[in-house]
Design a protein around this ligand. Structure first.
Ligand code: ADP
Ligand code: MG
Length: 590
C-alpha cells in the first residue's frame, strides 16, 4: 500500500471535520490581519495626534479582535479531536491487520517489533497530523493574513521583507531531503533496537541454553549505539535548520527597523504605519514563520517517515491460493547443481531424483563430498545454482515459509536441546501435541527410557545435562511428533549405537511421508529402499542390490565396511566398524 493511499484512506472520512476546521481558521486569522492596522490607527489618530482616548479605543478594538481570534482557536482545538482520533483508529486497524498477516515471525510468539511499530508510529502520525492541523494551518493563515495587512499598512516594506523570507524558504527546502533521510534512519534504528531487544528477551531461554549471553549482549549494544548515532545526526541537521530559520525570520525585522526611519523622514510612511509594520513582523510573522519551519521539519518529516514505515507494516501479503501452495508432498529434483561460490567446483552436479510419498532414500559418500549440501538444497535452505527442487510441483524455496517449515524438517548432526522441561523440548514443533502423543513419539524413536529417566515430560533439562546421543534422541522424538511430511536426517543418529540408530530409522520409515537419511554408517543404506551414492563427479542411484553390481564405488564402500562376517551378539564388533564420515577415534562413547 502506498503511503499516500494509506493516509488518504484514513483521512477520507474526516473531510467534513476538515471543512469546519478551515472555517474556524478564518476566525483565527482575524487578529493577524488587523493587528498592525489597529496599532497604526491608535498611533496616527490617537496617541500621535495627542488624543489618548481615541488611541485607547483603537487598542480596545485590537483587544476585541484578539478575543475573536482566541474564540476561533478554541473552536479549532475542539474540532481537532474529531478529526485526529478517528484517523488514529483507522491507522491502528490497518497496521494490526498487517502485523497479524505477517508470515515472517514464528507462530505463537509475539512480534515485538511489530508492536513497537504500531504504538510508536501510529502515535507519531496522530501527533503529527494534529500538529499539522493546528500549527501549520494556523501559521499559514497567520503569515498570509499578516502579509496582507502589511501591504495595506506599509507597502514600501514589502520587498525587503519578502526577499529574505523567500531565500530562507528555498535553502530550507534544499535541506529537507537530507533531514528526511536522517529521520528515517533514526526510525529504522529505533525499530532495530526494539526488535533486537525483543528477540533476545523472548528467546532468553534459547540464548541461555546455547551460552550465547555475551553474543546477545553485543547485539543489543550495537543496536543501541546505532540508535544513538542516528539521533545525533538528526540533531545536527536540526541545528543547521535552526540557523536558516533564524535568518529568514530575523533579517526582515532588522531590515524593517533600519529602513523605517528613512521612510518616515521622507514622508513615505507615517510613524503609526511604521509601528504597525513592526507589529506585523515581530509579533505575527516572525513567530509564525519560525513555527512553520519547525513544524515543517519536525512534524512533516516525522509524519512522512512514520507513514512510510506504517505503510510497510500495513502491507497485507497477497493470499496464497493455488500458486505458492504445493499440491501434495512429493519431491522432484531436476538438473540440480550447486557449488559453494560461483567459481568453485560444484558439490552437487546435475542431479535428478524423484521421491514420492513413502519413499525412503539413503545418501552415502565420503566426508566432505556434499551430502549436507544436498540436504540443504532438498529442504530449501540453499538456493540451487542451476536446476530445481520441486515440492508438490512448486520450487521448494517459493513455498510460503510457514508452510514449508511445517512440511519439511532437517535434523542435523548437532542436536539442539534447550533449558526447559522435556515437554517443551519435545513439543517445540507441535504446540498442540498432547502428552500422550509426545510420549508415543519418544517411545517410537527409542527415547522413551531417556524421558522416564529425565523425570517424564515435566522433567527439567538444564544446559549440558544430556549427552550428545541423548540430545539426538530428543531431537528425533521432537521431529517425530511434528507435522513434518518430509524428514531429512543428516547424520542425525551419529552418536547412537547401531541398534538405537536402526530403531530410530525404522520408526521414521514407518511414519509415512518421505524419509531421506544421510548415512553415517552403511547399515542405513541397507535399510533404505533406494540409495544415492555421492562420489565427486559420479553419482549413482538404485537399490542396495543393484548398486552392489552397478557401482564399483558402492561395492568398494561395502567391502571396506564389512570385511568379515559379523558376530551376531557382539555389539562391540558393530560399533568398531569404521563409520562412513567420522573417524573412529572421534566417535564419542555412548
Ligand atoms: P558432507 O556432508 O558430505 O560431509 P558437505 O556438504 O558438508 O559434505 O560439504 C561439501 C563441500 O562443501 C566441502 O568441501 C565443504 O568444505 C564445502 N562446504 C560445506 N559447507 C560450506 C559453506 N558453508 N561454505 C563453503 N563451503 C562449504
Ligand atoms: Mg555432512
Amino acid at each position: 500500500m502506498s503511503v499516500r493511499r494509506l493516509y488518504r484512506s484514513a483521512l477520507r472520512e474526516q473531510w467534513r471535520g476538515g471543512v469546519v476546521l478551515l472555517g474556524c481558521s478564518v476566525l483565527e486569522g482575524v487578529p493577524a490581519f488587523f493587528s498592525g492596522r489597529l496599532v497604526e490607527l491608535a498611533v496616527d489618530r490617537g496617541f500621535g495626534a495627542g488624543r489618548a482616548g481615541i488611541g485607547l479605543v483603537w487598542l480596545g478594538a485590537f483587544g476585541v479582535v484578539a478575543l475573536l481570534g482566541a474564540f476561533g482557536s478554541r473552536l479549532v482545538w475542539r474540532q481537532l479531536g474529531k478529526v485526529v482520533e478517528p484517523l488514529r483508529d483507522a491507522l491502528v486497524r490497518a497496521v494490526v491487520r498487517g502485523v497479524l498477516h505477517d508470515p515472517s515471525p514464528p507462530r505463537n510468539s509475539a512480534d515485538a517489533s511489530g508492536v513497537a511499530r504500531i504504538t510508536q508510529h501510529v502515535e507519531v502520525v496522530r501527533d503529527a497530523t494534529g500538529g499539522l492541523l493546528v500549527q501549520a494551518r494556523g501559521m499559514v493563515v497567520t503569515t498570509v493574513a499578516a502579509l496582507a495587512g502589511l501591504v495595506t499598512v506599509a507597502g514600501a516594506l514589502m520587498l525587503p521583507v519578502a526577499a529574505p523570507v523567500l531565500v530562507a524558504v528555498t535553502v530550507f527546502a534544499f535541506l529537507l531531503p537530507s533531514l528526511a533521510r536522517r529521520q528515517r534512519a533514526l526510525a529504522l534504528a529505533d525499530e532495530h533496537a526494539a526488535a533486537t531487544v525483543g528477540a533476545v528477551l523472548s528467546g532468553m531461554r534459547d540464548v541461555v541454553a546455547c551460552g550465547a549471553e555475551p553474543l546477545a549482549g553485543l547485539a543489543i549494544d550495537d543496536a543501541v549505539d546505532a540508535q544513538a548515532r542516528a539521533a545525533t545526526r538528526v540533531a545536527q541537521a536540526g541545528a543547521a535548520r535552526a540557523v536558516v530559520i533564524g535568518l529568514g525570520a530575523f533579517v526582515p525585522l532588522v531590515l524593517a527597523l533600519l529602513l523605517a526611519p528613512g521612510l518616515v523622514r521622507r514622508g513615505e510612511l507615517t510613524a503609526g504605519a511604521a509601528l504597525g509594520a513592526l507589529v506585523y513582523l515581530a509579533t505575527t510573522m516572525e513567530p509564525a514563520l519560525r513555527g512553520l519551519a519547525s513544524t515543517a521539519t519536525t512534524v512533516v518529516l516525522r509524519l512522512m517517515v512514520a507513514l512510510r514505515r506504517l505503510a510497510e507494516t500495513a502491507e497485507v501479503p497477497e493470499p496464497v491460493d493455488g500458486q505458492g501452495r504445493p499440491r501434495g508432498v512429493d519431491l522432484h529434483v531436476r538438473g540440480l547443481t550447486f557449488g559453494w561460490g560461483a567459481a568453485a567446483e560444484p558439490v552437487v552436479r546435475d542431479l535428478d531424483l524423484d521421491l514420492g510419498l513413502g519413499a525412503h532414500l539413503a545418501v552415502v559418500g565420503p566426508s566432505g563430498i556434499g551430502k549436507s549440501t544436498l540436504s540443504g538444497l532438498l529442504t530449501g535452505l540453499l538456493e540451487p545454482q542451476a536446476g530445481r527442487v520441486l515440492l508438490g510441483g512448486v520450487p521448494v524455496r517459493e513455498v510460503p515459509a510457514e508452510l514449508r517449515h511445517q512440511l519439511v524438517t532437517l535434523i542435523p548432526q548437532e542436536a539442539y536441546v534447550f533449558a526447559g522441561t522435556v515437554r517443551d523440548n519435545l513439543g517445540l514443533f507441535n504446540a498442540t501435541a498432547t502428552d500422550a502423543q509426545l510420549l508415543a513419539s519418544a517411545d517410537a524413536v527409542g527415547a522413551g527410557e531417556l524421558v522416564r529417566r529425565l523425570g517424564g515430560l515435566d522433567g527439567e533439562l538444564g544446559h549440558g545435562d544430556v549427552s550428545a546421543g541423548q540430545a539426538q534422541l530428543i531431537a528425533l522424538a521432537r521431529v517425530y511428533a511434528s507435522p513434518a511430511r518430509i524428514v531429512v536426517l543428516d547424520e542425525a543418529t551419529s552418536h547412537l549405537d547401531p541398534v538405537a540408530e536402526a530403531r530410530a530409522e525404522r520408526a521414521f520409515a514407518a511414519r509415512g511421508g518421505i524419509l531421506v537419511v544421510i548415512a553415517h554408517r552403511l547399515s542405513s543404506a541397507m535399510r533404505a529402499e533406494r540409495v544415492l551414492v555421492m562420489d565427486g563427479r559420479e553419482t549413482a542411484l538404485g537399490s542396495h542390490e543393484e548398486l552392489l553390481t552397478r557401482s564399483s564405488r558402492y561395492a568398494e564402500l561395502m567391502r571396506a565396511w564389512a570385511p568379515a562376517p559379523v558376530p551376531r551378539h557382539a555389539k562391540a564388533g558393530l560399533t568398531s566398524r569404521v563409520p562412513l564420515t567420522v573417524p573412529a577415534e572421534h566417535h564419542p562413547p555412548q
